[in-house]
Design a protein around this ligand. Structure first.
Ligand SMILES: *[C@@H]1O[C@H](CO)[C@@H](O)[C@H](O)[C@H]1NC(C)=O
Ligand SMILES: *[C@@H]1O[C@H](CO)[C@@H](O)[C@H](O)[C@H]1NC(C)=O
Ligand SMILES: *[C@@H]1O[C@H](CO)[C@@H](O)[C@H](O)[C@H]1NC(C)=O
Length: 500
């Protein structure tokens, strides 16, 4: 007979050394069934490292066997109360200029979410200069390798129409400027290229440095442009325009929205014969090899994993990423290690998600593949993703295109009841902002606290659960006012929204 682990703090005093050793004795019985890789995709892993074992066995048993109180479940899934803020953009504050001051071109690096911010900033800069914006050019990212253009990702007509009272946007330059192409700028020093925009440049910087180019040549190409417009000291009307672009003017192309709707309706459906609308949570499990290597933390894959990550660092960054001077323990204590799928599973359980939860995995690739996800799947058998929810045929137009796949995940994430990301990154920030704009729940893991809890090898499940629940009570989408230098796209209050 299996002894159940203590599930509530009140049992805590009953804990005895004998109880602990019983659990330890039972561990091997648990493991074979629990952690055999579920998938067909694992053989290639073993060339690199051994399948990682769960590292937090005590907690895992607690999570698997303890029931979540109903009250905690209800609280978790209840929508946020109205918090007193709403969007308040008025296009009359930024009317179309009588005469265009010329054409602004930008070339945008980065992944989808970074490019998105670049598009919003480009609209703002064109507005500051009373210029006409040429649809931004999306560069091919070296990591993601997707050559999709603006019009292949975003709904062009909606973009132009929803901003037409405020700014003129053209899909291409008029014939007399058709020489002003990416190739033209790539092959020589050109007078019309603005190369020197500092990071977080002010409106004045653009008026002083770009306006003269516009007036003289009629066109200015700003590159690099990512992160080249400040978040502070801009007129409120410009800030609101940036948010309007991000949260309202940028829709994905119809086929992405359709696929997104298909996924959402399958997540929400509770079976052929039931009308009940299910709730679902999106987990952005950002645990790819790139990230694992970058963090320099130990993820339990042993020596082979360490070597593999070190080799990856060498090849990809050629020593540009400094070897950290911190130990694995110090990094964890500071909350600087991405949570593993196992750890995020324990976090979700402690927050009150039950094994009946619909969980959508929004992720590109998981380092370690199915072997690493199996522990998470054990806790949450109803994990879904694009592949499990849609047929290859339905995914045909987006398959193999990182930006379009990311767009689908963005769409499904925006429609979820709850969004949580395993590590603060671009996607996390994008969702934090966009969902705040719509007053939707977004859980922000307290990385430092979690790092410390996971370092404590003797922590009991009830203690872990209580600590996690308490620390995340106010990290579920409660409005946070933007601080200086923070992004308005992550914290749209107060710049982009008004108190009601
Ligand atoms: C979910 O957990 C309960 C115990 O809390 C257990 O009885 C049940 O079998 C689990 N369901 C699945 C699908 O694992
Ligand atoms: C842009 O137009 C507005 C109103 O039409 C005007 O007040 C402002 O000075 C213009 N700015 C530039 C840089 O031309
Ligand atoms: C680890 O957890 C145990 C039991 O939950 C607790 O008593 C102890 O104070 C914790 N240790 C640290 C270093 O936090």
């Amino acid at each position: 007979m299996m002894k159940v682990p203590q599930c509530h703090r009140s049992y805590y005093s009953q804990k005895s050394p004998a109880f602990i050793s019983l659990i330890l004795l039972l561990l091997p019985i648990f493991s074979p069934d629990l952690f055999s890789p579920l998938s067909r995709s694992y053989p290639s892993l073993f060339s690199e490292w051994n399948a990682p074992q769960p590292r937090h066995m005590r907690l895992l048993q607690g999570a698997l066997q303890c029931k979540t109180p109903i009250r905690q479940q209800l609280e978790l899934w209840s929508p946020l109360p109205h918090q007193g803020w709403k969007s308040c953009h008025d296009s009359k504050n930024t009317p179309l200029p009588e005469k265009s001051g010329g054409y602004i071109q930008v070339f945008l690096d980065g992944g989808l979410n970074q490019q998105r911010m670049g598009i919003c900033d480009a609209v703002a800069v064109a507005k500051i200069l009373n210029a006409t914006l040429v649809i931004p050019h999306l560069e091919v990212n070296t990591v993601w390798q997707d050559a999709s253009s603006f019009t292949e990702v975003f709904d062009l007509d909606h973009f132009i129409n929803s901003l037409s009272d405020e700014i003129s946007i053209v899909t291409e330059l008029p014939v007399e400027y058709s020489w002003s192409t990416r190739e033209y700028y790539a092959t020589g020093i050109r007078e019309t290229r603005v190369k020197t925009a500092p990071v977080h440049a002010s409106a004045e910087w653009y008026l002083e440095n770009v306006l003269p180019v516009l007036l003289r040549y009629g066109v200015a190409a700003i590159s690099p442009f990512s992160h080249r417009l400040a978040f502070d000291n801009l007129p409120k009307s410009i800030q609101q325009l940036r948010c309007k672009v991000n949260f309202e003017a940028l829709l994905f192309v119809p086929h992405i929205r359709e696929l997104g709707d298909t996924l959402v309706s399958r997540l929400r459906s509770s079976g052929e014969f039931s009308q009940q609308r299910e709730k679902y949570v999106v987990l952005h499990l950002r645990f790819d090899k790139d990230m694992a290597a970058h963090s320099a933390c130990d993820f339990g894959g042993g020596r082979a994993e360490k070597l593999a990550l070190a080799k990856y660092r060498q090849v990809i960054w050629q020593g540009r990423v400094m070897k950290t001077q911190f130990s694995n323990e110090e990094l964890r204590n500071q909350g600087r290690c991405p949570l593993t799928p196992e750890e995020i599973g324990l976090l979700l359980s402690a927050l009150g998600f039950t094994n009946n939860t619909r969980l959508y995995l929004a992720s590109h690739k998981v380092y370690g593949g199915e072997a690493r996800i199996s522990t998470l799947r054990k806790l949450f058998p109803r994990i879904e993703d694009k592949r499990s929810l849609a047929t290859a045929d339905e995914r045909g137009k987006v398959e193999g295109k990182a930006s379009l796949l990311a767009a689908v995940d963005y769409y499904v994430s925006m429609h979820s009841d709850i969004f949580i990301s395993a590590s603060p990154g671009n996607m996390h920030n994008a969702m934090l902002g966009h969902r705040a704009y719509q007053n939707l729940k977004t859980i922000r893991p307290n990385m430092a606290l979690l790092g410390q809890l996971f370092l404590n090898e003797s922590i009991s499940w009830p203690d872990f659960q209580n600590a996690v629940a308490a620390a995340h009570k106010n990290r579920q989408g409660q409005i946070r006012v933007r601080k200086e230098q923070q992004s308005i796209y992550t914290y749209p209050v107060p710049d982009c929204m008004c108190q009601t």
